[in-house]
Write a protein that binds this ligand. Structure first.
Ligand SMILES: Cc1cc2nc3c(=O)[nH]c(=O)nc-3n(C[C@H](O)[C@H](O)[C@H](O)COP(=O)(O)OP(=O)(O)OC[C@H]3O[C@@H](n4cnc5c(N)ncnc54)[C@H](O)[C@@H]3O)c2cc1C
Length: 429
């Protein structure tokens, strides 16, 4: 029976919740293994989040950075895809609970539900400062940015026009830095000649970071490089500035005020509620504290991986919430389950191999920390580009993204400048 997934005998059931980097890589590791795999996700697509900021800034379209989950795993006969919003786990009965009442039984459960942006206990800031995590977030941010220019073009009150042309980003990590650089180039290049009453080059782009430097996970010299590159693009960077309030006309930093009609949130993240579903011990960010083999304490049949898990490295620091961690953990758990099927052999604990840390700043500069060497500028940007095209899922997406970038590089144009989503009467006056 083992090794023949077409056998009619009952096979162990592996349920994977989440088809992000972790879940998908776990599923691929179990492809054609003697197990029945069910992937449950509330979206029908896998999303390549590292390029989401390019959708938010009109450089790429949603379909360029996403691929249907069924299309990715459709060739593997032992993998079933289920669209569903998981709302809990019946740990005692070993079943995943889906909103609407469905139950999906499991022998092994892999929780790979990722994280979402968090507002440090101020969820009321979200309507004024959307974060970037899902496709809907990216198209909403794109809509707000483009609408701000449209409204400024029609605005006769100079104060309101100034407010509309202030764009503010909270959070100086990779997402904030990448957004700030991309918005600067959108305003100063792609939109420069398109308006008659305003000059988009006058847009004030402000990046606010609570800590003392940008890109806190990078070495200091690369953080400094990112700061200088952004300043050269005309981005105003405020370091050591912790936001204390957000409203419809900007942010408050202590007693100071920064006015902007468009505010984007690229600061905190919190894990999915998966830890609550299984009553597991979690850290302050909601990440499940896992064993060295990524099982949940007291539950050898439940694994947590990726952004929703907390694992420490050899120095006692949490592994970062990045795609390579999730992928390597997914692959590890898939192999571990396969090994457990036919032997009681002890498996080495998971260990993360860090191949490098990178961030891009605008259309032709990036910083990369490979550990043994640090790169910056154009060469780093070329490596960043090749790596992202290579890691994108789907041949079509790779071609389209590469062509889009080539086009944008030579023409400075942004092909996806569409205002979509629900039109509200107050959007345009
Ligand atoms: C804007 C942005 C930019 C980033 N840039 C980079 C980068 O440049 N490099 C890098 O390495 N990392 C980057 N990251 C981080 C990286 O994307 C994450 O670390 C990685 O996606 C984590 O993988 P995961 O599998 O844990 O979760 P995810 O990839 O987030 O996948 C979670 C999946 O679970 C599904 N899900 C969640 N809750 C439920 C539920 N209740 N029911 C059903 N399905 C559910 C979601 O729909 C999703 O498909 C970025 C993240 C963001 C948001």
């Amino acid at each position: 029976m083992l090794g023949d997934p077409s056998s009619s005998a009952i096979l162990p059931r592996v349920v994977i919740v989440g088809a992000g980097f972790g879940g998908l890589w776990a599923a691929k590791a179990l492809a054609n293994a003697p197990v029945e795999v069910t992937i449950i996700d509330r979206e029908n697509h896998h999303l390549f989040q590292p390029l989401l900021y390019q959708v938010a800034t009109a450089a790429l379209s949603p379909a360029d950075v996403a691929a249907p989950i069924r299309g990715i795993v459709g060739a593997y006969r032992n993998i079933t895809v289920m669209l569903g919003d998981v709302c809990g786990v019946d740990v005692a009965a070993r079943a995943v609970l889906i909103a609407g009442g469905r139950r999906v039984p499991y022998d092994y459960l892999i929780l790979a539900t990722g994280a979402r942006h968090a507002y440090f206990g101020h969820d009321d800031w979200e309507p004024f400062a959307p974060g970037l995590k899902r496709i809907e977030d990216a198209t909403e941010i794109r809509r707000r940015i483009l609408i701000a220019f449209e409204r400024a073009e029609n605005e006769t009150d100079p104060d309101e026009r100034r407010l509309l042309m202030n764009l503010l980003i909270v959070g100086g990590g990779p997402t904030g830095v990448e957004l700030a650089g991309a918005i600067a180039e959108l305003a100063r290049r792609a939109l420069a000649k398109d308006f008659r009453n305003i000059d988009p080059r006058d847009t004030r782009i402000i990046l606010v970071e609570a800590g003392p430097w940008l890109l806190p996970s990078m070495p200091e010299d690369l953080s400094e490089e990112a700061l200088q590159r952004l300043q050269r693009l005309g981005v105003e960077v405020r370091l050591g500035a912790a936001v204390t309030a957000v409203d419809a006309s900007g942010v408050t930093i202590g007693t100071a005020r920064l006015d902007a009609r468009t505010v984007i949130w690229a600061a905190g993240v919190a894990a999915s509620p998966a830890g609550q579903w299984i009553g597991a011990k979690c850290d302050r960010a909601g990440r499940i504290e896992v064993n060295p083999d990524l099982t949940v304490p007291d539950h050898p049949e439940i694994f947590a991986i990726g952004d929703t898990a907390l694992m420490l490295d050899a120095a006692g620091r949490p592994l970062p919430g990045v795609a390579p961690v999730a992928k390597q953990q997914g692959r590890y758990v898939g192999s571990l389950i396969k090994t457990r099927l036919h032997s009681a052999e002890r498996i080495e604990p998971f260990s993360y191999r860090n191949y490098g840390n990178l961030a891009t700043i605008g259309r032709k500069a990036a910083v990369i920390d490979f550990g043994w060497i640090r790169l910056r500028g154009f060469v780093a940007w070329l490596i960043w580009m090749v790596a992202h095209v290579y890691f994108l899922i789907g041949f079509r997406n790779r071609i389209i993204v590469a062509l889009n970038w080539l086009w944008a590089y030579f023409t400075f144009q942004r092909g996806a400048r569409l205002i979509t989503g629900p039109f509200r009467r107050f959007d345009i006056r």
